[in-house]
Design a protein around this ligand. Structure first.
Ligand SMILES: [Zn+2]
Length: 188
């Protein structure tokens, strides 16, 4: 999946956690988005590798969609990044958010035709039907962005959103295309 699809998945997964009691704030949403981008540090041309200092080092040692795309890496890298975030903020929620984002990445990549192996210690290798960078991914991106916007509206304004559901959905649909319209044009 493209990096922006991963960001939306990360935010969606975190907002679902908010429904179950995770705090609603932009630091934690940002950490979930960061976690959702992190597994692709194994690819030299990924968004995160080109943005992060030293981001091109890792791809020399690991294959793409290998070691970093496992549940073990999710725990290990969360311990590192989340530990640092805890040290700075004094809250464990950034670590939880990062982990949720990381898992959302593994889930999203599972939807693609090559899929991922979730663990080094297991043969479990689920695959989906989506080809990265195609209209199929575009459809997933539209659905996930729309759901994310609706959920965001519901969390921020629960009464207004449920009372005016039709309007809320129409506005959410427009917001969806305002957010990802340009990205959709790039898909083949
Ligand atoms: Zn990936």
């Amino acid at each position: 999946m493209m990096w922006y699809t991963h960001v939306v998945f990360g935010v969606l997964f975190y907002l679902i956690a908010v429904l179950f009691g995770a705090p609603m704030n932009f630091l934690d949403i940002g950490m979930a988005a960061f976690g959702a981008l992190t597994p692709d540090i194994d690819h030299p041309k990924s968004y995160i590798s080109t943005k992060l200092p030293g981001g091109t080092v890792m791809p020399r040692f690991v294959e793409h969609r290998g070691a970093t795309h496992t549940i073990e890496a999710a725990f290990l890298i969360t311990a590192l990044v989340g530990g640092l975030a805890y040290w700075i903020t004094g809250s464990y929620w950034p670590a939880v958010a990062f982990f949720i984002g990381y898992i959302s990445h593994l889930f999203a990549d599972t939807l693609t035709i090559s899929g991922i192996k979730w663990s080094r210690f297991s043969k479990f290798h689920p695959k989906g039907k989506i080809r990265t960078g195609t209209k199929g991914e575009g459809l997933v991106l539209i659905l996930v962005t729309f759901t994310t916007v609706m959920l965001f509206a519901y969390i921020v304004m629960p009464e207004e959103t449920s009372k005016n559901l039709g309007w809320a959905m129409l506005i959410a649909l427009m917001a969806t295309f305002a957010i990802i319209g340009k990205k959709l044009k790039r898909l083949k």
